[in-house]
Design a protein. Structure first.
Lengths: 428, 178
C-alpha cells in the first residue's frame, strides 16, 4: 500500500480499482460472465436490494468486472465514482435521465460528435429534454442561453471532429455561477491529456470505445461523478435531493454524499432502462486502459507529425489541429492540454467533396470506418457519413463541411502513416 | 490531527480498534443514514447501541435503544454523532464526562457534521476524533467493498482482500495494512 502518497497517473492506470481475486488469487480481473449472484440468505438478499450492503445482485445493475473498470476510470479522472454502460450514448442517456424531467432544457455546444447532435435533436427531444445550442468557441453564448428551465450544460473538451479545444474553465465558471452542473465529454482528450474535474466539471463522460479502450474491439461508455455539485443545496434535482419513492423514501444525496449522482444513475436509471455493459467488454477496457498513458503520448506525437506534413501539401487547403503553430486553438491547447492536442483532427481538401471521397477510397494503411481512438489509423469523410443526417448548415457549424476529412491518427510508425496519405492524396 | 484530511491508517486504526459504536441520534426510519450505518456495523461484527431519547426502551434491528450515553449498560468504544454540528458539542461534552465509566476512546461525526471546538475538547481529553465521515463508507472504502459499487476507494494494493468469513460477499479491513 502506498500510504498517503498519491499514486501517479501511470500507476493508477494499471492498479486503481483492482486487487487479486480473494477466492482464487487470480491477478488479472476475471471476466465474471454471470448474470446473477447467490445470496447468503433472505436477509442478505433484502439488504442488497435496499442498498444496505455492498455487493452484487444482477449484472444489469452491477458486475464485479465492470466495478473494477468503474473504479479505475473514476480514479483516473479524480472523481468519486463511475458507472459504465453499453455505449457512450447509453452513458449520456443515464446521466440525463437522473437530472432532467420532461420540459427541462439543457445547453449544448454546437461543436459535438454528430451522434450526440442526433441524440439531442431526436431521441432526447422525444423525451421532452430540450436542447438549446450554444457556440463552444464563445463561452458568453452559454450564459445567454440560460433560462429558468436549464438543468445541465454539455460540452466536449476536445471536440469531434475538428480537434477544437473548448475553454472549459470559462464555461465551468458560467455554470457554477448559475448553479447548473457541467457535463464534459472527455472522450477525445482522455484523462491523460485533460481532467475536466480540475477545471470545474461536475460530471465527466467517455465513450470507452475510443481511446480509453484504445483497440477498437468493444463498444462501451462511462459516466464519472466528480463529487463537486451540491444537489441538496440546489434543490432543483429531486431525484437526488428528495425522498425517492423507489427506495422507500431514501434521499440519495444524503445517504451517498459526494457519489450520490453515480449511485442514482445505477440504482434508478440503469436499473430501469437497462443499457448494461457486457462483462467481456469491461474486461477488454480494463486491459486497454492500463496502457493509456503510453498510447496517448504516441498518438499525440504521431498526430503532430502527420498534421505538420499535411499542412505543407499542395492539395490540402487547411489543417485544423490545435497542436500546430498558428492554429486558433493553440493558446488554449497550451494552457489546457499541454501534454498534447490529441490524435483526432480535420483537414480540408481543395478538391472538395469529391476529393474527399477519392481520398478515403485510396488509402491502404488507414482504415475507412466510423470510429476514432484505435491503435490503427482511421479516416472518414464526415459529410457523407457521421454527419450526413444533419442539415448542411448544422454540418458547417459542427465543422463537418463537404471538403472536410477527419483523421484519427494511430500508433503505427509515423513515416508509414504519412506515406499512405501521400499515395492516397496523389489519387485524390 | 488535521480534520480536513485523514490518513487511511488513522481511520483504519480506529475501525480496527473499536469493537462497539454508540449511534447518537439513531432513527428507526429504515431509510435514514443512521439505520444504514447500524445494519452495516452489525454485519461487520461490531456491537451497536442506538441512542435516541424519543425511542428509549424500543428496539431497532433487535438492538435496544437508550435515552442517552449515560444510560448505556455496557462500555462502548466509539460515539458516532448523527445530530447536527451545533448539537455535536453537547454530545461530545457528555462523552468526555463519561469516558472513564464507559471506556470511550473515539468520537465520530457523520457526513456534513463538523465541530472543531468539540474536536479540540475531545482531543485534549485523550480521545481520537473523525468528522464529516461515515463509518460505513470508510469501512467500505478500506476493505474494498465500496469498489464493488464503482466507487473510487483511493487505495492501491496488490495484496489479496480479506474475506470476512461471514458470507459470500463480505470483506474485512486487513489487519496487516500499513
Amino acid at each position: 500500500m502506498t500510504g498517503q502518497r498519491t499514486p501517479g497517473f501511470n500507476t493508477l492506470a494499471i492498479h486503481a480499482g483492482a486487487q487479486p481475486d480473494p477466492a482464487t488469487g487470480a491477478r488479472v480481473t476475471p471476466i465474471y460472465q454471470t448474470t446473477s449472484y447467490v445470496f447468503d440468505n433472505a436477509e442478505h438478499a433484502a439488504a442488497l436490494f435496499n442498498l444496505e450492503a455492498f455487493g452484487n445482485i444482477y449484472t444489469r445493475i452491477m458486475n464485479p468486472t465492470q466495478a473494477v473498470l468503474e473504479a479505475r476510470v473514476a480514479a483516473l479522472e479524480g472523481g468519486t465514482a463511475a458507472l459504465a454502460a453499453a455505449s457512450g450514448h447509453a452513458a449520456q442517456l443515464l446521466a440525463f435521465h437522473v437530472l432532467l424531467e420532461p420540459g427541462d432544457e439543457f445547453i449544448a455546444s454546437r461543436q459535438l460528435y454528430g451522434g450526440s447532435i442526433n441524440q439531442f435533436n431526436h431521441a432526447f427531444k422525444k423525451f421532452g429534454w430540450n436542447v438549446v445550442w450554444a457556440d463552444g468557441n464563445d463561452p458568453a453564448s452559454f450564459e445567454a442561453a440560460i433560462t429558468p428551465k436549464t438543468k445541465l450544460i454539455f460540452i466536449e473538451s476536445i471536440a469531434n471532429p475538428g480537434g477544437i479545444v473548448l475553454d472549459v474553465p470559462a464555461i465551468a465558471a458560467i455554470a457554477k455561477k448559475a448553479g447548473i452542473p457541467l457535463l464534459v465529454d472527455n472522450t477525445l482528450a482522455t484523462p491523460y491529456l485533460f481532467r475536466p474535474k480540475e477545471h470545474g466539471a461536475d460530471i465527466v463522460l467517455h465513450s470507452l470505445t475510443k481511446f480509453i479502450g484504445g483497440q477498437g474491439n468493444s463498444v462501451g461508455g462511462i459516466l464519472v461523478d466528480c463529487g463537486t455539485f451540491d444537489w441538496m443545496k440546489s434543490g432543483r434535482y429531486p431525484t437526488l435531493s428528495q425522498p425517492n419513492p423507489s427506495y422507500h423514501g431514501m434521499v440519495m444525496a444524503e445517504t451517498f454524499g459526494n457519489f450520490a449522482f453515480a449511485i442514482a444513475a445505477r440504482v434508478l436509471s440503469l436499473r430501469d432502462l437497462g443499457p448494461a455493459i457486457a462483462p467481456l467488454n469491461a474486461f477488454l477496457f480494463i486491459n486497454g486502459v492500463e496502457t493509456l498513458p503510453l498510447r496517448m503520448a504516441r498518438h499525440c506525437e504521431n498526430a503532430l507529425a502527420v498534421a505538420s506534413w499535411l499542412e505543407k501539401h499542395p492539395k490540402v487547403g487547411w489543417v485544423n489541429y490545435a497542436g500546430l503553430p498558428g492554429n486558433r486553438y493553440r493558446p488554449l491547447a497550451e494552457r489546457l492540454v499541454p501534454k498534447g492536442a490529441g490524435a483526432v483532427f480535420t483537414f480540408g481538401l481543395k478538391g472538395g467533396y469529391d476529393a474527399g471521397l477519392k481520398l478515403v477510397a485510396n488509402v491502404e494503411l488507414f482504415s475507412h470506418l466510423a470510429n476514432i481512438g484505435d491503435t490503427r489509423s482511421l479516416i472518414i469523410h464526415p459529410a457523407s457519413t457521421t454527419h450526413s443526417q444533419l442539415t448542411p448548415e448544422q454540418r458547417a457549424l459542427a465543422g463537418a463541411g463537404d471538403d472536410v476529412v477527419r483523421l484519427s491518427v494511430g500508433l503505427e510508425d509515423s513515416a508509414d502513416i504519412i506515406a499512405d496519405l501521400d499515395q492516397a492524396l496523389a489519387a485524390a | 490531527m488535521d480534520h480536513d484530511s485523514y490518513p487511511d491508517s488513522y481511520i483504519a486504526g480506529i475501525l480496527q480498534e473499536a469493537k462497539s459504536f454508540a449511534l447518537v441520534g439513531a432513527s428507526a426510519n429504515t431509510v435514514r443514514p443512521s439505520y444504514f450505518v447500524l445494519k452495516y456495523l452489525l454485519a461487520k461484527g461490531y456491537g451497536v447501541y442506538p441512542i435516541n431519547p424519543g425511542l428509549a426502551g424500543s428496539e431497532i434491528c433487535g438492538q435496544k435503544v437508550f435515552a442517552n450515553l449515560a444510560a448505556l449498560e455496557e462500555p462502548v468504544d466509539a460515539v458516532d454523532i448523527f445530530r447536527n454540528s451545533q448539537a455535536a458539542l453537547g454530545i461530545v461534552q457528555d462523552a468526555i464526562a463519561l469516558k472513564d465509566k464507559l471506556g470511550i476512546k473515539f468520537i465520530w461525526m457523520q457526513l456534513s457534521v463538523r465541530n472543531d471546538e468539540a474536536a479540540r475538547l475531545a482531543e485534549e481529553a485523550g480521545l481520537k476524533v473523525v468528522m464529516n465521515r461515515c463509518p460505513k463508507i470508510e469501512y467500505g472504502r478500506l476493505s474494498g467493498e465500496i469498489a464493488w459499487a464503482g466507487v473510487n476507494n483511493r487505495m492501491i494494493s496488490s495484496r489479496k482482500p480479506v474475506i470476512l468469513g461471514k458470507g459470500y460477499q463480505q470483506l474485512s479491513i486487513r489487519k496487516d495494512r500499513p
